[in-house]
Design a protein around this ligand. Sequence first.
Ligand SMILES: CC(C)(COP(=O)(O)OP(=O)(O)OC[C@H]1O[C@@H](n2cnc3c(N)ncnc32)[C@H](O)[C@@H]1OP(=O)(O)O)[C@@H](O)C(=O)NCCC(=O)NCCS
Length: 188
Amino acid sequence: MKYDKIMSGKKCCLSPVSLEDAALYKEWLNDLEVSTNLNTRPYVLTFEKEKEILEKLVKSETDVVFGIIDKKSDKLIGNCGLINIEPISRKAMFGIFIGDKKYWGKGYGEEATNLILDFGFNMLNLHNIFLTVFSFNKRGIRCYEKCGFKHAGKLRETRLVAGKYYDVVYMDILDREFKNSTLKNFIE
Ligand SMILES: CC(C)(COP(=O)(O)OP(=O)(O)OC[C@H]1O[C@@H](n2cnc3c(N)ncnc32)[C@H](O)[C@@H]1OP(=O)(O)O)[C@@H](O)C(=O)NCCC(=O)NCCS
């Protein structure tokens, strides 16, 4: 097995980010069908820039990022993370993308999200995990609803794509609302 499995579900697991995968991340993030949904990336990414971003993320004291690994093939299919972890207020922002588009719509996003929520709530002892998603990203919104995220509000018309304004939707989930822990099985 190439990848360590820190959190493991039925279809996928979460593994430490490997800098060796920078070329794959670059390829995915240069795909506008993927990156139009993301707010933190430039749209034209060189290998050097992506390596720099990954190096910074891996070293960060306030972010935890994972590669998402398909268990069947032991292949990297995407990335997810908890960003700006604040231990005093016990909150963090969640972000995810599945770069390999043949894995979209097959439940990998839901499972990876549940795994990282489990890690955030039960290992990092967070209280609130929130995210932003563009209103046109119906697949993302549905995925987060399935995991128990609630709609928390929106910033109206703050995303302009191809001449049209879209809302930035905020969603969040509290520790007591999270029902899909596998970690608890280890200790109960
Ligand atoms: C968003 C993302 C992580 C979701 O992961 P996924 O594996 O595709 O999601 P899932 O298969 O777990 O769930 C998707 C759900 O959306 C539904 N869906 C798909 N297209 C939809 C649409 N146009 N309208 C409404 N629902 C839709 C699916 O039917 C499924 O719901 P169901 O299980 O009730 O049938 C993934 O698609 C992705 O990485 N997309 C590109 C980058 C991105 O959007 N990142 C998130 C930025 S906030």
